[in-house]
Design a protein around this ligand. Structure first.
Ligand SMILES: *Cc1c(COP(=O)(O)O)cnc(C)c1O
Length: 237
């Protein structure tokens, strides 16, 4: 087995071990930013289907790779980086197998995506990105405003299927074993479910990366985004 596939199997095993017994299986998104398509193809052949990228340009290039198109037809692409409004139409029209945009953080962005999808008679999964660490420079909607965004999407954005909430969290916490961002997102889900009379199982939580995905799962994450632990350290970005 290659290092890549070995890392992947180890992460899958740890995800299973961390998942509480009463919880549905946690989904792994392999974050392949800066890594070559050969790595993605190898992981796909080892069984992985969900891949995430941060940048629209890189996502577009990889999603249109000939081998990806012909040999990885069940791939599901997730955009996990901030989406600028001038890239909306590109990501929606030029990324085959785009499955989910995890970074919806404003009514304007939701409307723009919804309108573009409507013209193509398409629908798309989304997550609302919440800025749980309240850092001004980080994208994501504040925890005071996400309920209004959810309500707007539910009421007005007929082409968007909102599956849940996503957070990146405070990167300064990388070594601090601080789970406060996870708990803020869990609290957001609780408020959402109470206000809209939903079951907790209906709302996904995308939280947890290489350094903290096991802790995230232990407290209730349903989607983890793991990059460097699978693919190795990144040299750029
Ligand atoms: C890069 C990135 C990840 C993966 O980070 P690792 O620490 O390499 O696992 C997850 N989520 C987002 C939004 C990212 O930008």
């Amino acid at each position: 087995m290659s290092d890549l596939v070995e890392n992947f199997k180890t992460v899958l095993q740890r995800i299973r071990e961390a998942t509480p017994a009463n919880q549905k299986p946690v989904r792994l998104i392999a974050i392949s930013k800066t890594k070559p398509v050969e790595n993605i193809i190898e992981l796909y052949k080892a069984g992985q289907r969900d891949f995430g990228e941060n940048y629209v340009d890189e996502l577009e290039t990889k999603a249109n790779d000939n081998v990806i198109l012909t040999e990885c037809s069940e791939i599901r692409w997730h955009l996990v980086g901030h989406l600028q409004s001038n890239k909306v139409s590109r990501v929606l029209t030029r990324v085959p197998n785009l499955y989910c945009i995890q970074t919806i953080d404003s009514i304007e962005l939701a409307n723009r995506i919804n309108n573009s999808l409507k013209q193509q008679s398409k629908t798309l999964n989304i997550l609302l990105q919440v800025n749980t660490s309240q850092e001004a420079q980080k994208s994501g909607i504040s925890k005071d405003d996400f309920l209004a965004l959810y309500e707007h999407v539910k009421t007005n954005c007929t082409q968007l299927n909102c599956q849940g909430l996503m957070t990146i969290g405070l990167l300064d916490n990388v070594n601090a074993a601080d789970d406060s961002d996870f708990h803020v997102l869990i609290q957001c889900r609780k408020e959402l479910c109470e206000k809209f009379n939903l079951s907790i199982d209906d709302i996904e939580l995308s939280m947890g990366m290489s350094h903290d995905y096991e802790r995230a799962i232990q407290v209730g994450s349903t989607i983890v985004r793991v990059g460097s632990l699978i693919f190795g350290a990144r040299l750029r970005h």
